[in-house]
Write a protein that binds this ligand. Structure first.
Ligand SMILES: Nc1nc2c(ncn2[C@@H]2O[C@H](COP(=O)(O)OP(=O)(O)O)[C@@H](O)[C@H]2O)c(=O)[nH]1
Ligand SMILES: [Mg+2]
Length: 556
């Protein structure tokens, strides 16, 4: 299936590439969008703990036992499942080679030849897949602990996936820690998430309803938005009706996802080029010297911007200390409020680390949102303000329309703050590190606790001593959190700085190249200059025609 807007982009692709190459504009972005324009698919990794029922679920959808559900995690590889008119099984090795794989090998999970980094591509002519031809369902391997598998999704699949399905069995009923961390990292990408509860028939309906509600709440909290759809399923009872519905819903959003992830960036490219062509085509009275002055002025402005970027970054780095201080106060007070109950838990011999880590994670997430995100947003806004919005040259920006977003001749980088914000405002990594840093402290606490309990009998003294130990451990934990957060925040600031510099670099050099080309044309005399203007006008007309053919919203 091809969307009308996709057909439009496909027809434009070669022409746009040729124009960009002829003008020596940056073509990196075209290279990234081209495969999506040629063949658009929404990859959905099914992520969940080992044995959560992912493979059984997909088999139930296929209505045949194709994927292995044996407990031999060592040999499992990711399997991409899509519609095809005839069954086709192709193994992709990590080095790019492909090998034919038999159905028997898949059923028996004999796929060692694809390890370590390979995957399996399966096409099946089944009815359920026929209805969702733009979706690729990915059965993720469940390594022993589940941790590696989740990390793999984040590392290997995140950039190639446009949605996720989170799979939790009703038996287990909660998100594992590794899955929580993966979701936190994925939350930053604003991609749709489906929640799938499996093995529903193994628990009473009312339990399943409660579990489903809790999981929905937890995902909503972690990701900052609710799942696109929630499906309760039972492979054992061949019940995947709700999953089919959820996938159909996602399929119905495919065109909109294409619009957001392909058409809109494509429009940005065309607008950028047409702005430069306006510059080239303009009938102004300038001579080569005047353009030289323009180039100097532009370079001057950009040099000032570089300095501003440096200064603003340093100022933001200085904010890290105070922000950490504010976070520390919040963590301290949140943990102090739980001191009594944590002490009771510890005295009962319970493991309090989950509780402490859970509390810390929640407080840190909220504090970062309230303390760090606004500082980062202001940083982005101030820098975007400092960028030249357009060239203050004497020529009139021609009466053509370069599209809605920057029809008044503003540079494309003015949308930087919105396009970068989603990636830069939140810090992706510290949660896993926080847990790793706190666990050993609480481990020691538990050991001490056990020894001490044996030595002492007297209840009141025991409680006071336990309490002071818990208090001490919490203070240490809070200190470790601070130590883990600092590098994460600093890394995020550096990333922001580099992303900003990178995002404007291509456009910046394209502007300079265009001005230089115009100067050269002028230096070669009025005839040559007129010829260049005419050529630029013709490119501009072409770009305008391309822009006019793009849909204005996802459903056009
Ligand atoms: N009774 C029952 N067992 C199930 C169901 N779904 C999965 N299982 C079993 O749970 C185990 C793990 O399932 P599998 O699909 O391999 O999980 P994966 O590791 O997430 O792919 C297997 O032994 C399955 O037979 C179900 O709906 N009912
Ligand atoms: Mg499996």
């Amino acid at each position: 299936m091809t969307f009308p807007q996709q057909t439009v982009l496909r027809q434009q692709l070669a022409g746009v590439r040729t124009l960009f190459e002829a003008r020596e504009f940056d073509t990196t972005r075209i290279g990234e969008l081209a495969p999506l324009i040629e063949h658009f698919e929404i990859r959905i990794p099914f992520i969940g703990g080992f044995s959560s029922g992912k493979s059984s679920l997909l088999n139930a959808l296929l209505e045949e036992p194709l994927l292995s559900t044996e407990v031999t995690p060592e040999t499992a590889v990711a399997a991409e499942l899509r519609f095809g008119k005839v069954p086709r099984f192709i193994g992709h090795k990590g080095d790019g080679q492909t090998v034919a794989v038999t159905r028997q090998q898949i059923e028996d999970n004999q796929l060692q030849m694809l390890l370590p980094k390979g995957w399996l591509a399966i096409e099946m002519p089944c009815a359920a897949l026929a209805d969702i031809q733009q979706l690729v369902l990915v059965d993720m391997p469940g390594w022993g602990s589940g941790v590696d598998a989740h990390q793999r999704v984040v590392d290997d699949y995140a950039s190639r996936s446009l949605a996720y399905a989170v799979v939790v069995s009703a038996e287990e009923g909660t998100l594992r820690d590794s899955l929580r961390r993966a979701l936190l990292e994925l939350a930053i990408q604003e991609k749709p998430v489906l929640l799938v509860v499996t093995k529903a028939h193994k628990r009473p309906d009312s339990d399943v309803a409660n579990i489903t509600r809790q999981l929905t709440d937890e995902i909503t909290q972690l990701m900052g938005r609710p799942p696109l759809a929630v499906s309760v399923t039972s492979a054992g009872k061949r019940d995947v009706v709700q999953l089919k519905k959820a996938l159909t819903l996602l399929q119905s959003r495919a065109e909109n996802i294409f619009f957001q992830s392909v058409t809109q960036p494509w429009r940005g490219l065309l607008q950028h080029a047409s702005q430069l062509m306006q510059m080239m085509a303009s009938q102004d009275f300038k001579d080569a010297e005047a353009i030289t002055a323009d180039i100097d002025a532009f370079e001057q402005k950009m040099a000032e911007f570089d300095q501003r970027l440096q200064r603003e970054t340093e100022a933001l780095e200085e904010r890290v200390g105070p922000i950490l201080g504010a976070i520390r106060i919040r963590v301290d007070s949140a943990l102090a409020q739980r001191l009594e109950s944590l002490t009771s838990l510890a005295l009962d011999g319970c493991n309090i680390s989950d509780d402490v880590i859970g509390t810390a994670r929640l407080v840190v997430a909220q504090a970062l949102k309230e303390e760090f995100e606004p500082s980062m947003q202001r940083y982005l806004d101030r820098l975007v303000d400092a960028l030249p919005s357009k060239l203050d040259f004497s020529f009139q920006v021609s009466n053509t329309h370069a599209g809605q977003r920057n029809s008044d001749g503003e540079f494309g980088w003015k949308v930087l703050s919105t396009s970068l914000a989603s990636e830069l405002l939140k810090i992706p990594h510290p949660y896993a590190k926080i847990a790793a840093a706190i666990l050993p402290i609480l481990g020691i606490l538990m050991d001490n606790q056990a020894n001490r309990q044996r030595q002492e009998a007297e209840e009141a003294r025991k409680r006071e001593r336990a309490k002071s130990q818990v208090r001490e451990a919490l203070a240490q934990a809070a200190g470790r959190i601070e130590a883990q957060l600092r590098p994460a925040m600093e890394a995020q600031i550096q990333k922001a700085k580099e992303s900003i510099a990178q995002s404007i670099a291509a456009e910046r050099s394209d502007v300079e190249r265009t001005l230089t080309a115009k100067r050269q044309a002028l230096q070669q005399g009025e005839v040559e200059a007129a010829a260049q203007r005419e050529k630029a006008q013709s490119d501009l007309n072409q770009l305008q025609a391309w822009l006019a053919a793009l849909p204005v919203d996802g459903h056009a």
